[in-house]
Design a protein around this ligand. Structure first.
Ligand code: MUC
Ligand code: MG
Length: 385
């Protein structure tokens, strides 16, 4: 085996040993209630990882959750416990430039726990990038794009409020593609709500919807033509994650493209969806794919199967959003854009200089590592005690 992936000089390599890892739970209030089919939040909870090298550099990463262990099985409490007890000890003393090898060690220590692993891997990319003075995207093969169209999610459930919110985003040239969360109310009520929003924004915005697994196949079959009629351009995870065969049957008859979200965590999940031709698009997220390398593996399988790529989120702050942008930056195609509006739904971001949103795009930060620095004052204020 070569000495190190990047063949760092010996003195620098000694310095890049991982010396300390801390995991801090934070709860950051959101500007309004965010309502999904089966959960609703007024504060976002993350675990912020700080990984210190022997050379003094501190890399950061973020594990996002949504509604405790309700969006996926990981909660911030479990993430912190598993990092402290099982995962961090596997990395202490290891060289930070062996990121793939570190992934193997983490997989030996814990099954799944993908959000926790993703935060640790992000912090490794950040620390290594800072040490070498290069952005994380450069460590992954370099940049194909440095900005990505960015959606905003409408999720209060009240169409009047949602139209007002969309108008404000359009006027500020922040977002002109909106994802609407459905499934918390009856399909009939959702269709009426969507028709109202579509009529108000007609010709000025595109709409996609996310049912977060709320429907069964029969309801989906009934609603998909109505969604197409309303002008919805993409439908995300209409049926439960386990029902990939059902998603495939729907896709064969759907007049509107379908996106896989909760049914694709691992590369093997992606392969399963691809082999059944169950989706047109996949939503890519660090919390599902256990890090930037895993995200790119899932993207490669999707690409090989002709499945489109969409940059998903779990309402990350600029820490987690930046990590995603570095992974997205090198993908061949991001034709469906991304939804990293998280930094803007928080009352306050967790970094000194938030990510830049302009002209309906989010911009890749240009500094070394993840390109964002923690605001320690805010970290202290939002930390759970
Ligand atoms: C999801 O299922 O896509 C992402 C944006 C949002 O509003 O909810 C999340 C999770
Ligand atoms: Mg989703």
């Amino acid at each position: 085996m070569p000495d190190t992936v990047l063949a760092l000089p010996a003195d620098l390599r000694r310095d890049v040993t991982i010396a300390e890892i801390t995991a801090t739970i934070v709860d950051v209030p959101t500007v309004r209630r965010h309502k999904l089919s089966s959960l609703s939040v007024t504060a976002q909870s993350y675990v912020i990882v700080e990984l210190r090298l022997g050379n003094g550099v501190i890399g950061i990463g973020e594990a996002a959750t949504l509604g405790g262990p309700r969006w996926s099985e990981e909660s911030v409490e479990a993430i912190k416990a598993n990092i402290d007890t099982y995962l961090a000890p596997m990395l202490i003393g290891q060289p930070v430039d062996r990121i793939a090898a570190a992934g193997l060690r983490l997989d030996e220590a814990a099954k799944r726990n993908n959000a926790a692993k993703g935060a640790l891997e992000s912090a490794m990319f950040d620390a290594l990038g800072q040490t070498l003075g290069v952005p994380a995207a450069d460590l992954l093969g370099g940049v194909v794009r440095d900005r990505i169209p960015v959606l905003w999610t409408l999720a209060s459930g009240d169409p009047v409020q949602e139209i007002e919110e969309a108008e404000r985003k359009l006027a500020a040239r922040l977002h002109n593609i909106f994802k609407i969360k459905i499934g918390a109310q009856s399909p009939r009520a959702d269709m009426a709500r969507l028709a109202r929003i579509a009529a108000a924004l007609e010709g000025r915005a595109s709409l996609i919807v996310d049912a977060n697994q709320a429907w069964d196949e029969t309801i989906s079959l009934h609603c998909l033509p109505q969604l197409a009629e309303i002008g919805v351009t993409l439908v995300e995870q209409p049926v439960p994650a386990w029902n990939v065969a059902g998603l495939a049957r729907l896709r064969a008859r759907s007049p509107v493209p379908l996106m896989a979200d909760e049914c694709v965590f691992s590369p093997q999940d992606m392969q399963h969806v691809a082999s059944l031709a169950a989706a047109d698009v996949v939503s890519l997220k660090l919390v599902k794919h256990a890090g930037l390398i895993g995200l790119q593996k899932v993207a490669a399988i999707a690409e090989a199967a002709g499945i489109g790529l969409y940059g998903g989120c779990l309402l990350e702050s600029s820490v987690g959003a930046a990590a995603h942008l570095h992974a997205f930056a090198g993908l061949r195609s991001m034709e469906w854009g991304c939804e990293h509006f998280g930094p803007q739904i928080l009352v306050e971001d967790l970094v000194e200089e938030p990510l830049r949103f302009a002209d309906f795009h989010i911009h890749l930060p240009s500094g070394p590592g993840l390109g964002v620095r923690l605001d320690r004052d805010r970290l202290r204020r939002f930390a759970r005690h």
